[in-house]
Ligand binder design. Structure first.
Ligand code: NAD
Ligand code: G6P
Ligand code: MN
Length: 433
């Protein structure tokens, strides 16, 4: 019988993961006995509302899973088999600061990229390290399935600084596969894409649909701006000549890097008109929680699909299924590089196709990186390593170097100014500084 713990259980995404677990239990794939949704005082009300819906969902489905709601993380972790993390340190107000402060310095304001992404990492690293310490004591053999962003950086922090087995997740690769399946009116199982890169900096190549190589054809199909990734990224088309030149499908987040000026202009426009994404999501979340309160509701509501992370449970729950049952399926996840991308250090995290067994996720090598991408990824990885160093030790110099080389900052005067502003604004969440 499995005990599963979800940290950040008050998330509006929780009905999705619960729906996934219910299905796996009903299909006889995961013998889940109890799910513990863990949150903190600040998230108590959300936890109670979404936890109530989770209980109704389980009951309606007849899944016989106990749902426990708690603020006591240690008690929840004791004896857990799988721990999933979906918490947001500082909640949405901190995200909105990450999005707005960089704009003051004419820099892109985004929750996982550039200065905002670095700040989210610095807030999150102390918490994930605490969670790992608790796990080392209370469930040392459990798998940590991390969703908390920046997912690649957080996964690498765990790989480097704890003994806990971890796999990092993102819905972008699976979103690309699903979208290609839709373009070809076929099932996602008939689509094969070789991903390699870093989280939110990943490229898909060698695309096959029903056994036929279609990479260039897919590139043609998305040139008109057909949105291939998540709901939270502005729907501009990727420059067609760049798509031709690299011959791969870039994650939507790469628009921030390849078309930085246009994306910066759009960040500014959005902040002035509809609000930053964090402000928009604050409203979406309010509406979702109003729905969740409805005692008649016992399924995951359709409106959840408006969130950028929609369908993440598909990735999380199937991954847990593959680890538990050792089925050897391919998943697109964040793992230790181990020489898979020889350009990057072995002990860092990469996002790529992995074969998943009882032993975890084993990366598949898909060949060398194209030259321009090798250059960019080496730089991005150095940035990530420096953010981790700063997050773990509170070293200001490491943080300054990280922002100085980040392609969305790339100027030491701006890096210093935005870093000092952000460190000041986040002091409640930075015990290491
Ligand atoms: P959210 O704002 O709803 O936060 C989720 C919960 O975390 C809240 O209830 C909050 O109270 C709780 N929390 C905050 N600090 C905590 C702590 N120290 N311990 C336990 N719980 C804590 O956030 P969300 O929109 O559901 O997103 C949650 C996280 O998942 C974010 O980091 C987000 O970036 C990430 N996310 C990742 C992906 C992906 O592709 N990897 C997709 C969606 C969301
Ligand atoms: C995408 C990303 C996630 C991110 C989410 C944001 O799916 O892969 O890592 O957290 O979108 O969505 P939101 O609705 O919160 O803007
Ligand atoms: Mn993601």
């Amino acid at each position: 019988a499995l005990k599963i713990v979800t940290i950040g259980g008050g998330s509006s995404y929780t009905p999705e993961i619960i729906e996934g677990f219910i299905q796996k239990k009903l299909d006889g794939l995961l013998p889940i006995k109890e799910i513990h949704l863990v949150d903190i005082e600040a998230g108590k009300e959300k936890l109670e509302i979404v936890g109530g819906l989770a209980k109704r969902m389980v009951e309606k489905a007849g899944a016989e899973i106990e749902i426990h709601l708690t603020l006591d993380r240690k008690a929840a972790l004791e004896g857990a088999a799988f721990v999933t993390t979906q918490f947001r340190v500082g909640l949405l107000p901190a995200r909105i600061r990450d999005e707005k402060i960089p704009l003051k310095y004419d820099l892109i304001g985004q929750e996982t990229n550039g200065a905002g992404g670095a700040m989210k990492a610095l807030r999150t690293i102390p918490v994930i390290l605490d969670i790992c310490k608790d796990m080392e004591e209370l469930c040392p053999d459990a798998w940590l399935i991390n969703f908390t962003n920046p997912s690649g950086i957080i996964t690498e922090t765990v790989l480097k600084h704890s003994s806990i087995k971890v796999v990092g997740l993102c819905n972008i690769p699976i979103g690309i596969v699903n979208k290609i399946a839709k373009l070809y009116e076929t099932d996602a199982a008939n689509v094969s894409v070789e991903f390699s890169g870093l989280n939110h900096f990943v490229f898909g190549k060698n695309i096959y649909v029903n056994g036929k190589e279609v990479t260039r054809e897919v590139i043609e199909k998305i040139k008109d701006g057909t949105e291939i990734s998540a709901k939270n990224i502005p729907n501009f088309s990727f420059p067609a000549d760049v798509l031709d030149a690299i011959g791969m499908i870039p994650a939507g987040y790469l628009k921030y890097y390849y078309t930085r000026e246009k994306m910066l202009a759009d960040c500014k426009r959005a902040a002035a008109e509809e609000g930053t994404r964090g402000e928009v999501v604050t409203q979406t979340e309010k509406e979702l929680f109003e729905l969740y309160k409805d005692k008649e509701l016992a399924i995951k509501p359709k409106q959840l699909e408006e969130r950028g992370g929609a369908h993440y449970s598909e990735a999380a729950v199937n991954l847990i299924d593959s680890i538990y049952n050792g089925d050897g399926k391919i998943h697109y996840v964040n793992v230790r590089n181990n020489g898979t991308l020889p350009e990057l250090p072995d002990n860092t995290a990469i996002e790529c196709n992995c074969v998943v067994t009882h032993r975890g996720a084993l990366p598949v090598t898909v060949g060398k990186l194209e030259t321009s991408i090798r250059g960019q990824i080496s730089l991005m990885k150095a940035y990530e390593e420096l953010v981790i160093e700063a997050g773990v030790t509170g070293d200001y110099a490491a943080a300054l170097k990280a922002l100085t080389i980040n392609p969305l900052v790339n100027d030491s005067d701006k890096a210093r100014a935005v870093l000092q502003d952000m460190l000041w604004a986040n002091q409640d969440y930075l015990p290491q500084f």
